[in-house]
Structures are given as structure tokens and as C-alpha cells.
Design a protein around this ligand. Structure first.
Ligand code: RIB
Ligand code: CA
Length: 313
């Protein structure tokens, strides 16, 4: 048995977040020691509820779910109901969650858990705005040495942004938090739009999930059919990018991805380019790289991995 990697998923479910959580819980390589929720796609009370629903859908009501920051560090919260619907998981019919959130605040639990860990023992997988991660680092900088790496969905450079021409949603919502994380010195693997836009989910693939004949297959198919409509209308793409599971797929099968070690800085002042991830791809600034910027994916392998793992739930 391969040694399990301890991970914490920080999330704003969110349709693609839901698939990322299901993929992680379906993968024996990963030990999901907790799910921390942040305001993003929808307000915090809904992202936290949605995380409970997804863990229960995976048959894992035992997974500890924590509610975290309900707004960005500095800016006003911007949400994305146009994409994810009013509940954040529109598409399927959901019964209320049977489980409860943990009482402890996500930031307090992150700090406590990381301080108790060995050096480089835990991997953080943020797939929403980085508010919780940044607040934990500000609260207790000592936690940085306990993090093996941060595998984060966020940013965009060669393909630009998705919520503004310059910025991707997760970074745009809380650029100050992203700035704290990118300056933290913790090894970062960035899964930006540059790579997520190269793995487009088609209605045919969604149908294969429906054909599984399982509750997970049915709900995933209903979620993704709802989510697919936005990107098809907007981008006119052959399918839509299902962003967040890229972080989990990378942890399971890193060879699916190719990236380059670069220096990235986050714009936190300009109104025009607020939240832009400025990638020094050619080393012009001669700065020490602070992240692996992933821009290539074996998309067939990615979708096969997701299908194979979701089929086990
Ligand atoms: O820009 C895509 C990201 O923003 C994804 O994490 C999606 O869930 C939203 O949070
Ligand atoms: Ca997300």
C-alpha cells in the first residue's frame, strides 16, 4: 500500500469543487484529514453546507468539515451564482445534510493541526479564494514549515482571466490572501486557467457518469450538466473546464501534468488588473521561483482518472 498523503482541501463548493472532493475521497493515495470552507462561489453558510453534502454523497460523513472566513481579507466578497446557481450546487435535488459542521473555526483548526504536525507532513489543496490559508499564515507563521506543498487552483497568465480580462476568480476574490500565500516561501504548485482550459469536459463524458447508475454518478452528472451550460454559452467551447479536480489529479498522478518553475506576483493595487497573477515566465526579473506554474495536461488521462475513481464510490 502506497503511503497515504495527508491533505486538507480548502474549498468554496461550487460544482467543480464538489468533483475535486469526490475524487480525493475516492483515492486511496490520499488521506483527507479535513475540509475547510471559505466564502467564494457562494456565501460561506452555503459553501460549508455544500461541503457536508458532498462528503456525505461520497459515503464519508466522518470527514471533518470546518467553516472558515466569510469574506476576503480586505475586499468585499464577490460571488458566482451565475455559474453555480443560488445554492452553489444547483442541478441535483439535495436533502439537507445529516451531519454537522465542526465547532472550531477553520483558521484555528488549520493552525492547531499544522502546529501539531511534523515538518512537511501536510499538503494543502486550496480550490477557492485563499483567505483561510492566508489568515492561518498571518495568525501563526510557524505553520509554513509544516506544509509540504500548496497545490492550488487559481490564477491565469497566457489565457488571461475569467472574471476580468486579467484575473481568475479565486485570486480576484481575495488578491491580498493570494499575495500572502505566494510570498510565504511554501512550495506552490499552481493549477491556473492556463492548464484547466486544456481539459474540457464534454456532455458525452458527463453521460458516462450518468451511465454508472450510482448515486454519485447521477448527482455528478446533474451537477456537471448544470455547470456545463455557462461555459458553453460563454466560451463556445466544445466543453467546459472543470477546474478544481486538477489539484487532486496532480497529487494522484503528477505525470499527467507539465509545468515550469517561475516567479509569480499578485496584483493588489490596480483597479484594472486587480488579482492578476503576473508570471515571470522568462525570468526577466531574475527572482527565485516561488511556484510550479502548470500549463500542460494529458486531458484524456485526467478524465479517465476521474471516471475510474468516481466509479468506485
Ligand atoms: O476560476 C475557477 C475557480 O473559481 C474554481 O475554483 C471555481 O470553483 C471557482 O471557485
Ligand atoms: Ca472552487
Amino acid at each position: 500500500m502506497v503511503e497515504q498523503k495527508k491533505i486538507i482541501i480548502d474549498t468554496d463548493p461550487g460544482h467543480d469543487d464538489a468533483i475535486a472532493i469526490l475524487l480525493a475521497l475516492a483515492s486511496p493515495e490520499l488521506d483527507v484529514i479535513g475540509v475547510t470552507c471559505v466564502a467564494g462561489n457562494v456565501p460561506l453558510h452555503l459553501t460549508a453546507r455544500n461541503a457536508l453534502l458532498v462528503c456525505e454523497l461520497a459515503g464519508r460523513p466522518d470527514v471533518k468539515v470546518f467553516s472558515g472566513c466569510d469574506r476576503p481579507m480586505v475586499r468585499k466578497l464577490v460571488t458566482a451564482e451565475a455559474i453555480h446557481g443560488e445554492t452553489g450546487l444547483d442541478g441535483p435535488q439535495w436533502d439537507p445534510p445529516t451531519g454537522q459542521l465542526q465547532d472550531q473555526h477553520a483558521v484555528d483548526w488549520l493552525v492547531e493541526t499544522l502546529l501539531d504536525a511534523e515538518d512537511k507532513e501536510i499538503t494543502l489543496c486550496p480550490v477557492g479564494p485563499l483567505t483561510n490559508i492566508a489568515m492561518a499564515l498571518v495568525r501563526e507563521p510557524k505553520i509554513a514549515s509544516k506544509v509540504d506543498q500548496i497545490v492550488s487552483m487559481g490564477g491565469g497568465y497566457f489565457v488571461g482571466g475569467n472574471i476580468t480580462p486579467a484575473a481568475e476568480f479565486n485570486i480576484f476574490v481575495d488578491p491580498h490572501a493570494a499575495d500572502v500565500v505566494y510570498r510565504s516561501g511554501i512550495p506552490i504548485v499552481a493549477m491556473p486557467l492556463d492548464v484547466t482550459h486544456k481539459a474540457l469536459m464534454t456532455q458525452d463524458w458527463i453521460q458516462t457518469l450518468e451511465d454508472l447508475g450510482t448515486e454519485v454518478g447521477r448527482k455528478s452528472s446533474q451537477l456537471l450538466s448544470f455547470y456545463n451550460r455557462f461555459d458553453l454559452e460563454r466560451y463556445g467551447m466544445a466543453g467546459s473546464p472543470v477546474h478544481d479536480p486538477a489539484t487532486i489529479a496532480y497529487l494522484i498522478e503528477p505525470d499527467l501534468y507539465t509545468g515550469k518553475e517561475v516567479y509569480v506576483e499578485v496584483e493588489t493595487r490596480s483597479s484594472l488588473t486587480m488579482g492578476m497573477t503576473v508570471v515571470d515566465y522568462w525570468g526577466a526579473r531574475r527572482k527565485e521561483p516561488n511556484c510550479l506554474w502548470v500549463s500542460k495536461v494529458n486531458d484524456e488521462g485526467f478524465f479517465q482518472l476521474m471516471y475510474d475513481r468516481l466509479a468506485t464510490l
